[in-house]
Design a protein around this ligand. Sequence first.
Ligand code: ZN
Ligand code: ZN
Length: 338
Amino acid sequence: MKTAQVSGNKIVIKEVDDIKLDGRRGAIVRVLGCGLCGSDIVKFREKIVGDGAVLGHEIVAVIDEIDSDTSFKKGDKIVTSHHIPCGECVYCKHGNVSMCEHFKSTNIRPGGFSEKVFVSEEHLKNVAYLVPSDMTDEEISFYEPLGCCVRAIKRCNLIKGDKVLVIGLGSIGLLMGEGIKALGYKVYGCDLIEERIALGNKLGIESYNSLNLDEFDKIIQEKSGGKYGGIDAVFMTSGADKALDVALRVVRKGGKILVFSSTPKNTGYPNNEVYYKELTVLGSYSPSPKDLKDSFDLLTSHRVNVKHLTTIYPLESVQQAFDDTVANKILKAYIKIS
Ligand SMILES: [Zn+2]
Ligand SMILES: [Zn+2]
């Protein structure tokens, strides 16, 4: 079978032995396609993973071979996530499931950018779903990324009538904006790239250019109710250092800043603003099985529209997909494998 493996500064296609169940519980799946996640790019560029690693985790696949207590059977088209929390450790008990050791150690193997993948029984039981026939593979591949967004939104404990700003309208920012809207909150967006602002508006996220911060702040304050209204929560989906300036300027007193991206300079948290404006700063990383279920429901009920976000690449062009994503030429790559 073919896999796309990290090899130095490149991703190369390697032919490896076909994987089999070999007595393991779970399923061998034939991968139809796999979304390229921002975290794959970070792992590759910052050399968090070494040579031979197969990236990708947002898979849509068909079951080829199965030994399971679940109702899944050979031939079923499924979507699955890659990590499962233990439910019992200090992190799980406090709701920080993505910090759980078991969560971090579980995965689909070798990785999504591969013709075949082993999905364990634990995955099948907790985070895998049958794909409804009215969903395209590219659409349902947003199951895990939208799960990350659902978790972030829940972390903010928003209340009815809350107004939210999403900074950065890349694929994850647009997805976040759509999720916020689908869950019933007013959402604004900002970016520096005009096409992304236009797409935000098209998807129902009231979006603006934030290059001129004074001007942008004025607009957003007027829109969101000014002195006694304002933005209740800011979601930072942009990895640009400047995003923090925008967040601190726009968020209302007592508001929340949700951190959803790494930044190159690790700017740190702004002590005095947090103190004087009584802000809450929250990080949100990866979803729980319940967040994923909510994401699945949002997608399959068509309350979140992901139709305009993907560009399709064949497995042989994974490297190109990485390069185009980094260069902001595309929003979201979907690697079509079979
Ligand atoms: Zn992902
Ligand atoms: Zn745990």
